[in-house]
Design a protein around this ligand. Structure first.
Ligand SMILES: Cc1cc2nc3c(=O)[nH]c(=O)nc-3n(C[C@H](O)[C@H](O)[C@H](O)COP(=O)(O)O)c2cc1C
Length: 329
């Protein structure tokens, strides 16, 4: 970006950001997404410039009770770091135990989910339900901050929280609850300013993000409808400390590079990324790769990485060996 004086303006997305004791190189992150942000996915978006990635949300109960499938979510590569582990639950002691174990397993940051609107989660008192219980929510933050400090004394591993604008339109529970979460020790607040009742429909109301950023002493990280560089810069200008990509980066991991100012990669480069991602998914997930990758083929096609015949054949593939043959792996 060259101004009239010929001076190159610094890119606000490339300014370092401290979250608690964690130093981040840039202000563009990948949001946690259940069923999607696997280790291979996180490595893929890191290659294109994501400054921080998150695990899918992980059940604190599953960790606490040593559920093997849950503990599989802890697996990660060094090339993903910095890596945030996102936990969900409703009980302070269970979450504190899970958070300590997440840090011992390599988490650079622990994020607590107080945003998930899914019925199965909310009816247990977890996710967005906690926005209506500020006392309990603050108690959870305090217990988790203590457990994380015990697990990694002096390292300053931050505990952050992801919230929604509220449960339903007009209740403003996000804005009302967030200051208490910060007072209890949250090192940053990630906000997805839709209400839980909205699920993923309509638009994110970032007026809520800006109001929180003006009010809170800690970084406010914005999530919702970031589809390109312009949207990301607008959020930083409004006061967000960092922004997260979510649905926009599905089938388009190169969106990170584009938001950071790079040109759209040519189709051959996109296909090379698809092949690498698929190979890593197959190596990590084995037979489960087929179902997981089906979520991506139509998106890769939409984003110009696959042509129609190949994406249709990939969609119909029934084994990881068949996928490998189709992709020439
Ligand atoms: C399929 C799906 C799964 C998601 N899973 C999670 C999750 O596990 N934890 C979380 O905090 N947010 C989750 N989210 C919310 C995203 O992190 C993000 O805040 C939201 O999609 C808004 O951003 P977008 O409009 O850019 O997609 C999920 C969203 C989708 C669509």
């Amino acid at each position: 970006m060259t101004g009239v004086t010929g001076v190159v303006a610094p890119d606000p997305l490339l300014e370092p950001l401290a979250v608690g004791g964690l130093s981040l190189e840039r202000r563009l992150f990948m949001a946690p997404m259940a069923g999607l942000t696997t280790s291979a996915f996180r490595r893929s978006v890191r290659r294109w410039g994501a400054g921080l990635v998150f695990t899918e949300m992980i059940s604190a109960y599953g960790v606490h009770y040593d559920n093997r499938r849950t503990l599989d979510y802890f697996a990660h590569g060094e090339d993903e770091r910095p890596l945030g582990f996102q936990l969900f639950g409703a009980d302070a002691d269970v979450l504190a135990d899970a958070a300590g174990r997440a840090v011992a397993a390599g988490a650079d940051l622990v994020d607590l989910n107080m945003a998930c609107p899914v019925r199965k989660v909310v009816k247990t008192g977890a996710g967005a339900a906690l926005l209506a219980e500020p006392e309990r929510a603050a108690g959870i933050i305090a217990a988790v901050v203590e457990a994380v400090e015990d697990a990694a004394p002096g390292r300053g591993v931050p505990v952050t929280v992801k919230i929604r604008a509220g449960l339903r339109d007009g209740d403003e529970l996000g804005r009302l609850t967030a200051p208490r979460l910060v007072a209890a020790g949250a090192a940053a607040v990630c906000i997805h300013p839709r209400t839980a009742a909205q699920l993923y429909r309509g638009h994110a109301d970032h007026a809520v993000t800006f109001a929180l950023a003006a009010e809170l002493e800690v970084p406010v990280i914005a999530s919702g409808d970031v589809d390109g560089r312009e949207a990301a810069l607008r959020l930083l200008e409004g006061g967000a400390a960092a922004v997260m990509l979510a649905r926009g980066a599905l089938g388009a991991p190169w969106l990170f590079a584009q938001v950071l100012g790079a040109a759209e990669p040519p189709p051959a480069e996109k296909l090379a990324e698809v092949r690498r991602f698929a190979a890593e998914v197959i190596a990590d997930l084995g037979g489960r790769a087929v179902g997981y990758l089906r979520q991506f083929w139509p998106r890769f096609r939409r984003h110009g990485a696959l042509d129609k015949p190949l994406s249709m054949r990939l969609m119909q593939a029934r084994s990881e060996a068949e996928l490998g043959t189709l992709l020439g792996l």
